[in-house]
Design a protein around this ligand. Sequence first.
Ligand code: UD1
Length: 342
Amino acid sequence: MSGKKILVTGGTGYIGSHTVVELFNAGYQPIIIDNFSNSSARIIDQIEAINGIRPEFVNLDLCDARLTSDFVSQHPDISGVIHFAAYKAVGESVEQPLKYYHNNLFSLINLLSAFSDKPVNFVFSSSCTVYGEPDQLPVTERAPVKKAESPYGNTKQIAEEILSEVAGTSKSLKVTALRYFNPVGAHHSALIGELPIGVPQNLVPFITQSAIGKRGPLIVHGNDYNTPDGSCIRDYIHVVDLAKAHVSALKFMENSDEGGYEVFNIGTGKGSTVLQVINTFETATGVKLEYKIGKRRPGDIEKIYGEVSKAKHDLGWNAELDLGEMMSSAWAWEKYIQQNPL
Ligand code: UD1
């Protein structure tokens, strides 16, 4: 296999697995590190089924500094890193903050230390959660970072600061942080998608599990917000578009002579309310969804959507798939997983 070798940490996770597929499609050679803390080893078979190539895989906990540095020494040909591996459950992070600070920050520090003297292009998984409730919409990358609502959100903010400082003093490290809006949907093959553990806290996996009969009716968390129909607004982005943004970020760094640190919003630039998402799900799939209006969920912001022209201009990337495609692909995946549990 030819092509530049790219380390994908958390490469069997939701966004990671879709990115491995897009790396293969773009001619790269991905190598996955994962410890399956929130994913299944079967995802490697699924990626192979999509691309016809089995990604190289190493089971390793990045919190182990020695193992991480040994791995990097044994793979001197890695030219890029896409770092997904992290815990991401907001509620759990409030209950167990140290678990989140320990895992999400030590893994990053160990990786950066292991690559410290090596030329590498580093893509970091950040989140629009760093903006909190923005003062202006659409929110731009220049908007102030607000105090994090959760330890999870704080790990993203601290990680961005660490990366910006380390990249600022390094001659060999280039960093692109991607601030994702709300990733949803699944690969069009329906062979990979989101695999939530337990009751999904996020909207779209709850919708598909409710529609297939695994859960009761969806509770819409509030309809008294200052939005056209009273439900919250988010910028939902198809996970395949999001995966492609990582490939664009790598190419951007490969083509730039300067080092440094850049941050990009990765969304569609369009906001949708919860009720619009429900309607689009019903139209795209022909399946009726049962739902009830409930109380506001603590910690939810009212509305957010991104200004995405910087990614378009600098990365040459923009989202192509619409909300209908997000819903139909998420539904196809839910039906697949019902028949073929991983
Ligand atoms: C959440 C996280 C965010 C993380 C993202 C990952 C919080 C505060 N933020 O974003 O940091 O990056 O997930 O995808 O948790 N909703 C319902 N009923 C439900 C579930 C959700 O009405 O059963 C509504 C929510 O109130 C919200 C919207 O759907 O308005 C989206 O919720 P969700 O999918 O959980 O994402 P976020 O909260 O935006």
